[in-house]
Structure formats: structure tokens, C-alpha cells
Ligand binder design. Structure first.
Ligand code: SF4
Ligand code: F3S
Length: 104
């Protein structure tokens, strides 16, 4: 599966949802997550993300993000169309430590 990681937080560009063939993105206030049970590993969303937030879970150190994607995709609503991008998305793109500061 692919997972959404901290680079998405407060950026939330949503280009990813437009290309997913199985509509497996779910929307929280500050970021999106992928449902790992629904993702078919096609990889088309990865290069679409301007924040490079989407990674294959085969990369090292992503266990926390896989669990977070799994957990929140069960309670957040499905999203299939791009909405309004946060006004400060570009300014938030290279900010470090977003999980600690902004994840809710
Ligand atoms: Fe959707 Fe493919 Fe990305 Fe999985 S890898 S979330 S199926 S676009
Ligand atoms: Fe987030 Fe990138 Fe999608 S910033 S909403 S994972 S396009």
C-alpha cells in the first residue's frame, strides 16, 4: 500500500484524490490518509503530490504512518474531488515537525 505522511499536514493539495482509481483517500481537518485495505498499489498518486507526501509503505520507518492511515481512514469521510487548498499551503510545505505541531 501507499501511505500519506507528514508532508501533507496543512498542505492538503488534494491532487492525489483526483487520480486514485479506487477512491481510497479519506479527509481529516489538516491532512488526508489512504485506506490500506482499499489501495491497490498502483502508485499513480505518488508523483501527483506537490508536497511529496505519499510514499510506498515498503520504505523504512513508515510503520507509524501506516498505522495512522489505517486508523483514520476508518473514521474520516471519503474524498474523491479536490476542494479548496489551504491558503497557506505553499508556506507550510517545507515546515518541519508538522505532526507534533498540527496533527489533530
Ligand atoms: Fe490510490 Fe493507487 Fe495511490 Fe493507492 S497507490 S492510493 S490505489 S492512487
Ligand atoms: Fe496531501 Fe499531497 Fe494529497 S499534500 S492531500 S497527499 S496531493
Amino acid at each position: 500500500t501507499y501511505v500519506v505522511t507528514d508532508n501533507c499536514i496543512r498542505c492538503k493539495y488534494m491532487d492525489c484524490v483526483e487520480v486514485c482509481p479506487v477512491d481510497c483517500f479519506y479527509e481529516g481537518e489538516n491532512m488526508l490518509v489512504i485506506n490500506p485495505n482499499e489501495c491497490i498499489d498502483c502508485g499513480v498518486c505518488e508523483p501527483e503530490c506537490p508536497a511529496e507526501a505519499i510514499l510506498p509503505d515498503t520504505e523504512n520507518g513508515l510503520e507509524k504512518w501506516l498505522e495512522l492511515n489505517r486508523t483514520y481512514s476508518e473514521s474520516w469521510p471519503n474524498i474523491t474531488q479536490k476542494g479548496d487548498v489551504p491558503a497557506d499551503a505553499d508556506a507550510m510545505k517545507d515546515v518541519q515537525g508538522k505532526f507534533e505541531q498540527f496533527f489533530s
